[in-house]
Design a binder for this molecule. Structure first.
Ligand SMILES: [Zn+2]
Length: 478
């Protein structure tokens, strides 16, 4: 057997109570693991120990599970897209800028390395990487130290915004099918990677860009293989009305008719469902469909809140019986801040602070995410689970006073209190720094890559505008 590491006398430990189906606090607890697997959680561990770590002034918690992110491009848009939305498209910035801001492979690798480091150092140990595959991606995923769900996206149509006002679709079903077949090969390659931390997800990109046959075929394959399946759906008002116009039913009702909903399926982001106050739709069935079919939601509130959009509301989805997971989507890739934002927005949307509790949100950010990724061995500290864990520094001044460490962490200290992070029993973050990834170097490469993107904007823009004209600075210069 692999040698045992024991973290002794942890001041606090967030343990998984499988019987109750919930996390709970333990005090003065030991946590032992061997290889990549947890052996013991709780009182004193009496077995033989090769390495002992002093757990005093520390809290051990499960690594966070980020179920939806696009690390290979989003960081390149920092300072550019935060306030960039199209008023003709209900304020969303989803559709206009994809063709304006194109990066080369070096830029994608810089964005990915930077983001993977940001995720690890903020306590994320598993994440879903929804991306268009490119050379070097899986190698970097394996090197990152994260437990990574590779989710190569494919679609049958691309978006085009005409005259700055209307969303148009350019269909190529044969190309969509080829991309799907390539995506399956990529998922198989991820599963076979010798690092043992990669797995995969089937991800038709968006519900409005993938034709019905490919939706069905991709879902059937995912279910046959036991892989998770996730599609962007109900993510904008434009998409909602596109689908109601195209099919006479909401995106979720169309997906239900196709037979692609059910356990193992999740939707990013299921905001504009039929009873959302913005869409004024006569049916109120979507939430019930999600709950009855066992379809989960990958909730990523931060990016949408920047457009002024929000899910109505997290607590109501939970009470309807929908499995909720959390994702960071764009930036920051910080699940602790995402939990805080998700709670604030839920309470504002519900006009009721009781709509969601900190415990419920932490459950979504750990076990809820694990369910979405079809893993019962992550998002929890329990014997037999993967040794994916985060050590929180209780001596960090912003954690004081430590009455309820999860609240101190989420509402105040965030990643500043993250000391060490282990993935599969291997230390990947030490004293707040990624051991394998160089975020400072990646940040410099990110700056260069963004400059290249900016220089190309006038050539790509139909009106030949500069980046500063497309996305004005927040303050005038000079
Ligand atoms: Zn997304």
């Amino acid at each position: 057997m692999a040698t045992v590491t024991c973290i002794r006398n942890l001041d606090w430990l967030i343990a998984w109570d499988a019987g109750a189906g919930e996390h709970r606090y333990l005090r003065d607890a030991d946590l032992a693991f061997a290889g990549d697997t947890i052996l013991h959680v709780g009182g004193r561990y009496d077995g033989e120990v090769a390495e002992e770590i002093d757990g005093r002034a520390l809290m051990a918690m499960p690594g966070l599970v980020n179920v939806h992110s696009h690390p290979t491009n989003q960081a390149l848009y920092k300072g550019v897209r935060e306030e960039l939305g199209n008023p003709h498209l209900y304020g969303t910035g989803l559709y206009d800028y994809i063709t304006l801001f194109i990066s080369d492979t070096a830029g994608k690798l810089a964005a990915a390395e930077y983001t993977y480091a940001e995720m690890l150092t903020s306590g994320i140990t598993t994440f879903a990487d929804l991306t268009i595959p490119f050379d070097g991606w899986l190698d970097l995923l394996a090197r990152s130290g994260l437990r990574a769900c590779a989710a190569p996206m494919f679609r049958s149509a691309s978006w085009k915004v005409v005259d700055g006002r209307t969303l148009d679709y350019q269909w190529d079903e044969a190309a969509g099918h080829r991309r799907f077949e390539a995506a399956v090969e990529t998922v198989e390659a991820a599963e076979a990677d010798p690092c043992g931390r990669l797995f995969g997800m089937i991800s038709p990109a968006q519900i409005d860009t993938v034709e019905a046959g490919l939706m069905r075929e991709s879902h059937a394959l995912a279910m046959a293989k036991g892989w998770p399946w996730q599609v962007h759906a109900s993510q904008s008002v434009v998409e909602f009305y596109e689908m109601t116009g195209r099919h006479g039913k909401t995106p979720i009702q169309w997906a239900a008719d196709l037979g692609v909903l059910g356990p193992g399926s999740s939707l990013g982001h299921a905001i504009f469902i039929d009873e959302h106050s913005w869409v004024h739709w006569p049916t109120h069935e979507d939430l019930g469909i999600l709950a009855e079919t066992g379809t989960a939601v990958a909730h990523c509130p931060t990016v949408f809140s920047r457009y002024g959009h929000q899910l109505e509301d997290f607590g109501r989805y939970l009470r309807a019986g929908v499995t909720m997971g959390l994702g960071t989507d764009t930036f920051p890739h910080n699940m602790i801040e995402e939990m805080r934002t998700a709670m604030i927005l839920a309470r504002a949307a519900a006009q009721n602070m009781r709509t969601v509790t900190t415990g419920e949100m932490f459950h979504a950010a750990t076990v809820g995410g694990a369910e979405i990724l079809r893993r019962d061995d992550i998002g929890r500290l329990a014997p037999g689970a993967k040794a994916d864990l985060v050590l929180v520094d209780l001596d960090e001044p912003l954690m004081q006073p430590v009455r309820d460490p999860l609240r101190s962490l989420i509402y105040t200290a965030a990643d500043r209190a993250i000391r060490d992070v282990y993935v599969g029993g291997e230390k990947m973050v030490e004293n707040g720094r990624s051991i394998r990834l160089d975020i400072a170097d990646a940040g410099r490469r990110l700056q260069d890559a963004q400059a290249l993107i900016a220089a190309a904007v006038p050539d790509r823009d139909a009106r030949c505008r500069s980046l500063d004209e497309v996305a004005p600075m927040s303050l005038p210069l000079g």
